[in-house]
Design a protein around this ligand. Structure first.
Ligand SMILES: Cc1ncc(COP(=O)(O)O)c(C=O)c1O
Length: 381
């Protein structure tokens, strides 16, 4: 079956939305400042993220990626044999960040929103459990108050993988404006991008300082020098560090993106996701995840396609120039994380049903309409 009658030009699953303002900002760094390392632009980006979240600037530490943010957060609180509870159904970045400095312990997800299943997590606590890493899948923070209560009761830390959730709220508060340690990603297709980049946000001054030093090869207190255009020549190092700092070039892009977020990107993402919900919400062969579009800014638009038809629908959409994705293959199925020796029934079923549809702020409503028409037509066949 073909749907070419709709005559769609290729629709991308995701897209970086950059324009002349980002180009000007990058040129300014190159032509006026000429310092491409970590300096004043990064300092300003951190201050502007902090102002957006309503937290002190000292709580925000920008790094080279969301994975680096997670890795540094884990390294700041864990020893190598500490365990971190994490849902198996997440991007491999969450797992790699944990296994770089500790041990990931796979947990099941809730079917309704693909956030961590706390009952399952409870059954996996051991004396070595040091933290839980809730993943805000498709921008949904899940039941964060239950997660924090669980962490408090068991005396463990919380590292929120908020890679999908920049600009989202929980209980009327922005993600990152409260909580323990929150990690964002600013890679090319996230709610805002800095090209590549990420941030650790925490009110824990010790963790913030460790992350700040560790992003610059462990050189102690180098950040203040870099922000004033200098660097340390005489220094000490007392922990393992990494070259994970953010460049001025990337921060310059991020600053423009942040200024565009509330008026331009956020309402567009919400409106497109709302349109998908309206058009597919009652379809008997499609399940939508629970999602509060009054509180979240969706980064991806997954649907669950039942009756074993996901792969055929994916092929059909690709043939009609619609890019789709599968977020994600559960990590417990990967060789490095156990080759499926453990079984997580819900995660494994969802992996066969999940299909992410195109979502980015340059999409048009007629494209969403055409994609949904194709899906409905295919599923009726
Ligand atoms: C759930 C999740 N965690 C972590 C990351 C890592 O972020 P980055 O790509 O910036 O390293 C991503 C990136 O896509 C992600 O989707």
């Amino acid at each position: 079956m073909r749907g070419t009658s709709l005559n769609l030009s290729p629709v991308r699953l995701a897209k970086s939305i950059l324009g002349p303002d980002e180009a000007k900002a990058v040129s300014r760094v190159i032509l006026e400042d000429g310092y491409l390392g970590m300096g004043r632009e990064v300092e300003s980006f951190e201050a502007e993220i902090a102002a957006f979240l309503g937290v002190p600037s000292s709580h925000v530490v920008c790094v080279s990626s969301g994975t680096a943010a997670l890795h540094l957060a884990v390294a700041a609180i864990c020893k190598a044999d500490d365990e971190i509870l994490v849902q198996s159904l997440t991007y491999v970045a969450s797992y790699q960040a944990i296994s770089a400095a500790a041990i990931p312990v796979s947990c099941e997800v809730l079917e309704k929103n693909i956030t961590i299943n706390l009952d399952d997590a409870k059954s996996r606590i051991t004396p070595a459990t040091r933290a839980i890493m809730p993943v805000h899948y498709a921008s949904n923070p899940g039941d964060l108050s239950a997660i924090y209560e669980f962490a408090k009761k068991n005396d463990i830390r919380v590292i929120e993988d908020a890679a999908h959730a920049f600009g989202c709220s929980y209980d009327g508060k922005l993600i990152g404006s409260f909580g323990d340690i929150v990690c964002f990603s600013f890679d090319g297709i996230k709610n805002i991008t800095s090209g590549e980049g990420g941030a650790v946000v925490t009110a824990d001054a010790d963790v913030a300082q460790q992350v700040r030093d560790a992003r610059l090869l462990g050189v102690e207190k180098d950040t203040a020098k870099r922000f004033s255009g200098e660097r340390s020549w005489e220094f000490d190092v007392s922990q393992q560090g990494y070259r994970y700092h953010m460049s001025n070039l990337f921060a310059a892009i991020g600053r423009v993106q942040l200024s565009r977020f509330a008026k331009e990107f956020a309402p567009k993402r919400v409106a497109l996701a709302q349109q998908y919900r309206t058009l597919l919400g009652n379809h008997p062969q499609v399940n939508l995840l629970e999602s509060d579009l009054g509180a979240i800014i969706p980064h991806i638009q997954p649907i669950c396609v039942t009756a074993g038809r996901r792969d055929a629908l994916k092929d059909y959409l690709e043939k009609n120039s619609i890019q789709t994705g599968i977020h994600y293959k559960p990590n417990h199925l990967l060789s490095y994380y156990g080759s499926g020796k453990e079984s997580f029934i819900v995660s494994e079923r969802l992996y066969k049903e999940l299909l992410s549809l195109p979502l980015h702020p340059e999409m048009r409503t007629d494209e969403v309409q055409a994609i949904c028409n194709l899906i409905i037509k295919f599923l009726a066949s």
